[in-house]
Design a protein around this ligand. Sequence first.
Ligand SMILES: Nc1ncnc2c1ncn2[C@@H]1O[C@H](COP(=O)(O)OP(=O)(O)OP(=O)(O)O)[C@@H](O)[C@H]1O
Ligand SMILES: [Mg+2]
Length: 433
Amino acid sequence: MLKSNIAVGLDIGTTKVCVVVAEKDEIGKLNVLGKGRSNSDGLQRATVVNINKTVAAIRAAVADAERESSIRIHGVNVGISGAHVHCIHSNSEISINQTGIVNDSDVKRFLEKAKTNIRYLDIDHEIIHVIPQEFIVDDQEGLLDPIGMAGTTMRGSAYIVVGLRTKIRNIKQCVEKAGLEISAVTFEPVASGMAVMKEREKKSGVVVIDIGGGTTEVAIYIDGAIRYSEVIKVAANDVTHDIAHGVRALYEVAEDLKIKHGCAYSKLSGEDEDLLIEGIEGRTQKSVPKSSLTMIIEARMMEILELVRDSVQRSGYYEYLNAGAIITGGGSLLPGTEELAHDVFGLDVRIGYPEGVSGGIKGSVNNPMYATVMGLVAHAFQNNLSADHSFASTAEILPVDVPQGSREEPLVQEQTPSGKKIVDRMKKFWDNL
Ligand SMILES: Nc1ncnc2c1ncn2[C@@H]1O[C@H](COP(=O)(O)OP(=O)(O)OP(=O)(O)O)[C@@H](O)[C@H]1O
Ligand SMILES: [Mg+2]
């Protein structure tokens, strides 16, 4: 049981680390008590590459959340992602206990059996989740919650999420070095899905796509259970890199252009105009046609969405997506993404904001960028994970001890080949002006 009605989510993303402390209100909604956010530069494509920088970013975000909520944070549900995470389907069958009524320990035994039934698990991988997909009690099929059902045997399938031991260990190490306890580790697409999906969509069949800074996560839900997931190593920071290369500007300037003037779909970009690029640190000021900016962005967003479409087609579930697609994560904030995705997928698309949030500082998390962290909080409540926090007066909160000066150079994101093609074309375009 939760020690009290409070849970904490920790999302260690490629661009930001984010912590949310929330309580559950009487009607089951999440009341956000505090949020902390810091810039993250210790990760590459959702994988830790610099422990010190990641620990510092976690500490800074936790200190903010503690200050805002006046709650001392101990236990957190931390997210994990990266292309190293993959999934295995496993079947299981057990005899129901002597009473003939399915109870909690039958479900636990069923899931344990599903784990041991995995035919092959690399020695360097470990299990992150065992998620039940469907239970069959005697001949009653399609059960999502079998507790209380009468029968003699229970069969069914489970979705087993596994990841590379070393990468999971690095995440855990960072959280522990930041002085926190880990109440659970949750696969991020599962968390994001939980935050943005409506129950009806989950039952009808939906694909949830989280376009983050370093990775794009795909998770498919059919008949109320997760069926497929994939982490793709191309995402919204690649759009910024393309702009920086294409218009020959600093990364920060390119990011600013993207946020202020970016559009993912040329059909919707409106009147063309010249956009001024500041001349930072002695560089001369120049202008870029908005249509060129849109061209660069559209090419990369199209590539991301086509990779997602290919993934969905590979899954074999495309035909079952009656509720279409939900796009979330910071990348979904680019105007035109919803429309472009609609045309690429041939499905209904909506942008996913965290659902089920009430009062508190709701406004501060009402952004697709916070879908993962809100899902981590919701997942902690669903699984009764103790946040093991204690109330603390603001005065008790100690200043954050952020290590000074890291040895490593700023990270350079890798570029994927097809994004590079359009960037090279844009470079030629600029060189010929
Ligand atoms: N208003 C906006 N318009 C366009 N893009 C935006 C906007 N706000 C944020 N982004 C982009 O969203 C991306 C960050 O998204 P998000 O915060 O979901 O990533 P993350 O969780 O840190 O990374 P990951 O999940 O890949 O580890 C960045 O590339 C950023 O440029
Ligand atoms: Mg993310």
